[in-house]
Design a protein around this ligand. Sequence first.
Ligand SMILES: [Zn+2]
Length: 514
Amino acid sequence: MAKKFYITTAIAYMNAWPHAWHALEIIQADALARMYRFLGYDVIFQTWSDEHWVKIWNAAKNANTEVNEFVRKNLWLFKELYSNLRVSYDRFVQTSDEVNHYPGAQLMWKKLVEAWDIYKKSYKWLYCEGCEALKLEKDLVDWRCPDHPNKELQYIEEENYFFKLSKYRDQVAELIRNWTYIVEPEIRKNEILQFLEKAEDVSFSRQKAKMPWGIPVPWDDEHVMYVWCDALTNYITGTGFWRTEDWDKEWPADIHVIWKDILRFHAAFWPAMLISAKLPLPKKLLVHGFLNLNWAKMSKSTGNVMDPKEVVEQYWRDPFVFNLLYDVSLNSDWDFSMERLNWVYNSMLIWAWGNLVNRVVSLCNKYWITEWKADWEIVEEFQKFYDTIESRFIQFSDIQGYLQEWYRFVQKANEFITNAEPWKKWKDESTKEEAVKDLQMLLYIIKNLSILSAPVLVDGFEKLKNILWIEELKNISTDKNWLKEEIKKAFDLKEFKVNLAPEILYARIEENNE
Ligand SMILES: [Zn+2]
């Protein structure tokens, strides 16, 4: 039986339309989901929308819209973007779903109460609506949240329920330190360990009279649950935690993908809640950095924003996805620019990859080359690449390294065809046979590079299936779970027939816009 792989993205908070960071996150998670399908895993890919709490409540009020309606409009924009990016999620969970999410979130609350980890307390505190979190004096810069310097902090004085995070901080830190709960990259692991040293109990509810937009607290009609308590639970309500016995077929999650500013919720609150509720912890937290635009922080107030929808409409899915995955390392923030995207598209996808395919296919077509036997050296090189994919992903979730290696093969093939000049060899009877051999080898390389590109260059791969028309490639699709054996068979194929149909793989932007 195929191994299970459950991957989630973090909350997409429905207070506004999707921005560049959402795009980066969903693209990374989608590539991982597809990669694991490619490797033969039984993948469950869950993404969700976070629809409660102060920020949304206020944003809807400011927009003069009823809150459900407000959320629905933004949700529609997210779904549209996901569809343009061909995001292959299996499940979409909404935290306002009273049938499928509320009962699970409330069950979680009850379990925390049963463990004596919820208590009531009066407090006075500063609250940053931008973070949806309480702020301590030491967190502030000039009495402002460093992440939201334009937002006034709110002064809150009320009696709320608290969760005993402090009781679990050492245990959580130990589980992170000894790799039971893996936090990647290292820099985030260190950051959370530092936070856990002094982590205090957290307010886990608000009074309904002041802010009603949340899930009702069990046994107390006057309170609603803190947004993070509600939202984090989504990772298990999606698996049927509250209604089926066998929800642990999917849980624990294999990877939670998040961005770095929600690290403490996922690496401190969430594991503490799970330990308190006596539930297993997720296996890995993958934390990506921020995207900057044109070498400056993206910000709505300065107008320095990238709308992923517009970029995808202009460039199509593959170039944008490839650009982000090829360039972004997990360890650091990264600068996006249209210049770079343009360069990646023109130089890497159109010229290096698309043109390679086009040259080889056109020449083979012209010379009636339709089949071939592979030469062991190149077969071995591909074999090595292929054999390390699984460990590369299991250990490092290394999409970037994977694509860099893939691209090295593309470059090598280009060097080879430029040096070998098969079109010249073809003209001379004494070297004609060599030309045939060269092109046959290139066909084999293209076949394998096409297969390896499938989890990332999704649209391109669909086109390549038509261009190459290799029987064994036709059924491969990483949109759905696939049998590793089928892909392996196509990959190992050393003799095959093609029925070439020269067609432009990636067109220039001007042509796209016709
Ligand atoms: Zn803040």
